[in-house]
Design a protein around this ligand. Structure first.
Ligand SMILES: C[S@@+](CC[C@H](N)C(=O)[O-])C[C@H]1O[C@@H](n2cnc3c(N)ncnc32)[C@H](O)[C@@H]1O
Length: 362
């Protein structure tokens, strides 16, 4: 098991419930229209955060506090306009201002450092990118029709559009890396991978999840499987995490086949990208590759049965617009597993919103 420090899952959920109660108290303490306006104006706040990430304000402040003139010079902004943006962000708890007037990083501001630990700068840059905003402007059509809107808007499927627009593709990949970094420690802390000799990561991207599993399981070997043009970029990451000599890289499409021989098949944030029929094709290909008894572990946002805020309810909208796909409940995963020849054995929660859905090939 990994030695990474994460709080116990029960504590994390208790904090989540407490925050929910506080949030509801806050909502009742103000007129409903004021509470609603706060939510609506969240779009402006988010765009301000995106601009701070685009300008790399947090990187500029990483070596210490700066006056507005120095900060504006470093990031290439108009001093008066930047001071007004900083005032607005500080009001939201993002960045701080010293008594001497200089601006400084605080905990929230530091999350916008490009390569800082647990950076979310990539997500800030992706969500506020004009192209992504345009994509979300199609939500009305998606809700009216139940259809994917991104192919209509772009004239091609989402993954192809990213390949055709490398600058956007890079922003997207950076955002996905942010999400992966935030998820891999909770995932490897929540599950014991040591029983597995070979772990196959299906749709594993550059292998961040697989490398975390192998770091936590020094005796295991891995197979990284993704599209050929994607796995091309994997060796550098695998070397950086010291697991390259234990990973076999395989390029191909999971709609055709999946590498055989895994004791465990993992797929993180893959099945949610696809509607049921294509999700089933992928899972059936995994089943065809797996021996009976092999373990399937999907890492996904499982839609909970409570009504508290849950990030997966929003990534569900993103999936609908991108590919007419969806986030699923445990019951929906159980059905998919059964139809693909797996038995869902349990859902393992983590301190993060992501869970591991464990099943066995029958
Ligand atoms: C949302 S990303 C998740 C990546 C990785 N598992 C992670 O969590 O960071 C979905 C992955 O599926 C891969 N993918 C898409 N279509 C594929 C296909 N036909 N065959 C194999 N992989 C595919 C993409 O290249 C991408 O790496």
């Amino acid at each position: 098991m990994t030695t990474a420090k994460v709080p116990p899952v029960r504590l994390a959920r208790a904090v989540e419930r407490f925050r929910y109660v506080l949030d509801r108290l806050h909502q009742r303490s103000a007129p409903p229209s004021a509470v609603m306006l706060e939510k609506i104006l969240g779009a402006w706040i988010a765009q301000g955060i995106t601009v701070a990430a685009d300008l790399k304000v947090a990187d500029a402040l990483a070596d210490g506090p700066l006056s507005i003139d120095d900060l504006a010079r470093r990031v290439g902004a108009n001093p008066d306009a930047l001071a007004r943006l900083m005032r607005a962000l500080i009001g939201e708890g993002v960045f701080a201002q010293r008594r001497d007037g200089r601006y400084a990083l605080n905990a929230l501001g530091a999350t916008l450092r490009t390569d800082g630990p647990m950076s979310v700068a990539g997500m800030a840059r992706m969500v506020g990118h004009p192209s992504h905003r345009e994509h979300w402007s199609q939500l009305l059509d998606a809700i009216r029709t139940g259809e994917a809107t991104m192919p209509k808007l772009r004239g091609m499927p989402g993954f192809e559009y990213l390949v055709a627009n490398p600058e956007l593709g890079e922003i997207f990949n950076h955002a996905m890396t942010n999400l992966s970094e935030a998820a891999v420690v909770p995932l490897t802390a929540a599950y014991d991978f040591t029983p597995f000799g070979t772990v196959v990561d299906v749709g594993g991207g550059h292998g961040r999840f697989l490398s975390a599993i192998l770091e936590a399981t020094p005796s295991a070997r891995g197979v990284l499987y993704d599209l050929p043009q994607v796995v091309e970029g994997a060796p550098e990451l695998l070397r950086r995490h010291g697991v390259a000599d234990r990973v076999e890289i395989a390029g191909g499409s999971f709609f055709d086949s999946v590498p055989a021989g895994g004791d465990a098949y993992v797929a993180k944030n893959v099945i949610h990208d696809w509607p049921d029929d294509q999700a089933l094709t992928i899972l059936r290909n995994v089943r065809a590759a797996a021996d009976p008894g092999a373990v399937l572990l999907l890492a996904e946002f499982v839609i909970p049965d409570h009504h508290r805020a849950f990030i997966g309810n929003w990534t569900d909208m993103e999936m609908l617009m991108a590919t007419a796909a969806r986030e699923r409940t445990e019951a929906e995963y159980r059905k998919l597993y059964e139809e693909a020849g797996f038995q869902l054995t349990r859902v393992v929660p983590t301190v993060a919103p992501i869970s591991l859905i464990e099943g066995r090939a029958v």
